[in-house]
Design a protein around this ligand. Structure first.
Ligand code: HSE
Length: 340
């Protein structure tokens, strides 16, 4: 499978690490031989028809700050659009940073890749929160797979789980903790740390967005909520439809007060009639009261009750695993087996 990867930050690099560690297993278990024919970052690209060596790409990034330093294959200054024009591939993976203002440049790349009939995987919430219905329609029209498992819940298969909950039933309400960074900050503040220090830790651990105000002000949660609303509840919502309050106004006293009452404050996103994100007090023994960078999402169904999934909601290797999950679906589709 020939892959073009755009974005070589925490997630993109983790994907290459995992692929280099598991290449034999991926062939054995899924018949999936992954060939990265181009990787693009801010400094340019590395291109090889025969497939780049993941370790060499990682080394180039580490030593030279860009994959374009890859010996013999580097193309400094070249961008993703030119790569899509010039390089033959089967799959486009978008692991670029989230931009919730207009979804760019990912939105343009995704449209181009799908239009060129590349199967497309994105972990980027921006274009999905702004234009998921349009992208899905385009993918359907072009007959390609569009997957975005890593856009919600990091490594947890939240979207897949939701689809299972909805099978033969109907999901009527969704609520949960969808942002690892704020959950980490709130947990560390409960342990006595200051806000800034806790944020710094979350950044060091690779949980936060490049612009961490997206996490703190609740926009990241809102984007994921929009994706779930579209995907699980069939609501054609966009970011504009979400009422958003983040954790930036919370102080240590409120957190202490909640603690004294056997409660905890969590940034909860909810689709229940409308779409809302706000800091919410819940009991410490509530199944949604997960700690550190964990996420927890509850799907209320019409007939089979409330189903909850919890797991690690952020992090490079976690999100890269979700990309692999999507690649396996692409592989199934390419083999004529449809997707689940
Ligand atoms: N910044 C996001 C979070 C990353 O903290 O949850 C995963 O989407």
């Amino acid at each position: 499978m020939r892959i073009v990867l755009a974005g070589f930050g925490v997630v993109g690099r983790s994907l290459l690490e995992i692929v280099s560690e598991q290449s034999e297993e991926l062939v054995r278990r899924y018949g999936m031989s992954l060939r990265f024919v181009a990787i693009v970052d801010k400094g340019g690209a590395a291109v090889s028809e025969n497939g780049l060596n993941p370790l060499k790409a990682l080394e180039s990034k580490r030593l030279k700050g860009t994959v374009a330093g890859y010996p013999g294959c580097g193309k400094p200054g070249i961008d993703t659009l030119s790569i899509l024009d010039d390089v033959e591939a089967d799959v486009f993976i978008d692991a670029l940073p989230t931009n919730l203002r207009d979804g760019e440049p990912s939105y343009t790349y995704l449209k181009k890749a799908i239009t060129m009939r590349l199967h497309t995987i994105t972990v980027n919430k921006g274009p999905l929160a702004l234009a998921l219905p349009a992208l899905k329609e385009l993918a359907e029209y072009r007959g390609v797979v569009l997957r975005f498992s890593g856009s919600v819940g990091g490594g947890m298969p939240v979207i897949e789980f939701a689809r299972q909950c909805a099978m033969g039933d109907r999901v009527v309400r969704v609520e949960g903790i969808l942002n690892g960074t704020t959950n980490y900050i709130l947990t560390r503040m409960e342990e006595g740390l200051g806000f800034q220090e806790a944020l710094r830790e979350a950044q060091e651990k690779g949980y936060a967005e490049r612009d961490p105000s997206l996490d703190i002000k609740g926009y990241d949660t809102a984007a994921k909520l929009v994706i779930l609303a579209n995907e699980v509840l069939g609501i054609r919502a966009t970011l504009e439809d979400v009422e958003i309050r983040g954790i930036e106004g919370l102080d240590g006293r409120e957190i202490e007060d909640a603690k004294r009452r056997g409660e905890t404050i969590r940034l909860i996103g909810k689709v229940d009639g409308g779409l809302r994100v706000e800091p919410t007090r819940i009991k410490v023994d509530d199944p949604l009261a997960v700690r550190y960078a964990m996420n927890a999402v509850a799907f209320q169904t019409e007939n089979s009750g409330r189903h909850i999934i919890t797991g690690r909601g952020a992090g490079g290797r976690e999100t890269a695993t979700a990309i692999l999950r999507d690649l396996i679906q692409v592989k199934k589709f390419m083999a004529g087996g449809g997707v689940t």
